[in-house]
Every structure is written in structure tokens, then in C-alpha cells.
Design a protein around this ligand. Structure first.
Ligand SMILES: Cc1cc2nc3c(=O)[nH]c(=O)nc-3n(C[C@H](O)[C@H](O)[C@H](O)COP(=O)(O)O)c2cc1C
Length: 177
């Protein structure tokens, strides 16, 4: 089997079974996240593990696009220092991908939920007690995968563009010789 196949198959999960995600699994994911590379090794992140049903419900209510998050067993909210938006958004993407991939490799599924507009982010910070100066854009929801379905009435199509549309050789736009 292609050793990269398990990573290639990581997809956004929005429907979870009621199965528990034990603390040990969350600890493993946090350890994986902690070792993510970051700009100048600043490690600008902080993670909030959220299991409280009411808190998850309130966060999921911020925007219809993330309502599925209310039924997830556990979420990890990402908090950045807010000191360098440019590099921290890159770092945040890297650490998020580790959480998604790690959860999948442990036999779970995970999905990203962006809080949304600045006023949604402000409300998420209030709910989670995050200082205003910090950046908090999203949480990653984790659970046993029930399906890969997107339960929302309007979501992006699945699948990916072919490599032939994405890659050039030696110079932009040049095909492989
Ligand atoms: C920056 C970013 C923000 C996202 N925000 C949301 C979101 O708010 N709600 C949601 O259901 N999915 C969200 N997603 C998930 C994307 O819709 C998903 O990655 C994309 O559709 C590909 O899904 P697939 O890998 O399962 O094909 C987000 C993904 C990224 C990278």
C-alpha cells in the first residue's frame, strides 16, 4: 500500500458517533500539535480542550455553517498570540493539519469549524474566556467518524482538481517535457 494513502484520505468530518474520545487520545494529539514547526520556532499557540456540551453548543450557534459542531464529542480551540498575524496564520494552518491528520491516524475523524467574522470571533473569545488581545479563529472537532457527509444544505463540492491543472515544470505554466 502507498504509505501516503492514510494522509491523502484525511477529510473534513462533520458527523460523529456518540463514542467517547478518551483523554489519552486528546493528549496524543496535543503532543503531536506541540511539535509542529512554526515561524522562528515561536510556537505561538495555545489549545483549549472543550468537552462541555453547553459550551460546544454556544460556539456551534455562532454561525449556521458550523452548527454540526454542537454534536461533536470534543473540540480543541486554537488560540494564537495575536502578535504577528501574517506568520501565525501559516503556523495555525500547519498545526491544524496535524490535528486533522493525527485524529484520522488514531482512528477518529476531525473537522475544522471557523468561528467566522470578527464579531463571531469576539463572541467565541468571550465564551471561552480568551483575552481580547489573542487571536482565536477556529476549533477542530474530534470524534468517531459517522460519515463523511456534509450535513449542511450548501457546502463546497468534494474532490480535488487534477494535478495537470496544478503543476508546472521549470517555469510557471510550462508542462512536463
Ligand atoms: C480555513 C478553513 C476554514 C474552514 N471552515 C469551515 C467551516 O467553518 N465549516 C465547515 O463545515 N467546514 C470548514 N472547513 C472545511 C472545508 O470545507 C474542507 O476542508 C473542504 O471542503 C475540503 O473537505 P474534504 O477534505 O473533506 O474534501 C474549513 C476549512 C479550512 C481550510
Amino acid at each position: 500500500m502507498d504509505p501516503l494513502e492514510p494522509i491523502r484520505r484525511v477529510s473534513q468530518i462533520r458527523e460523529f458517533t456518540s463514542g467517547v474520545v478518551p483523554d489519552e487520545a486528546i493528549d496524543q494529539l496535543l503532543e503531536l500539535a506541540r511539535w509542529t514547526g512554526s515561524s522562528k520556532n515561536t510556537q505561538p499557540w495555545h489549545f483549549i480542550v472543550v468537552r462541555d456540551r453547553e459550551t460546544l453548543r454556544k460556539l456551534a450557534e455562532l454561525r449556521p455553517n458550523i452548527n454540526w459542531a454542537a454534536a461533536a464529542p470534543v473540540g480543541i480551540a486554537l488560540v494564537l498570540t495575536g502578535e504577528d498575524a501574517h506568520s501565525e496564520s501559516y503556523d495555525e494552518g500547519r498545526v491544524t493539519e496535524r490535528l486533522l491528520t493525527g485524529a484520522t491516524m488514531l482512528g477518529y475523524g476531525a473537522g475544522v469549524a471557523w468561528f467566522g467574522e470578527p464579531h463571531h470571533e469576539a463572541e467565541a473569545k468571550r465564551i471561552l474566556g480568551i483575552p481580547e488581545s489573542r487571536q482565536a479563529r477556529q476549533m477542530v472537532l474530534i470524534g468517531r467518524r459517522k460519515s463523511t457527509r456534509d450535513p449542511r444544505p450548501t457546502g463546497p463540492p468534494r474532490g480535488r482538481r487534477p494535478l495537470s491543472e496544478l503543476v508546472s515544470f521549470e517555469r510557471f505554466g510550462a508542462p512536463k517535457r
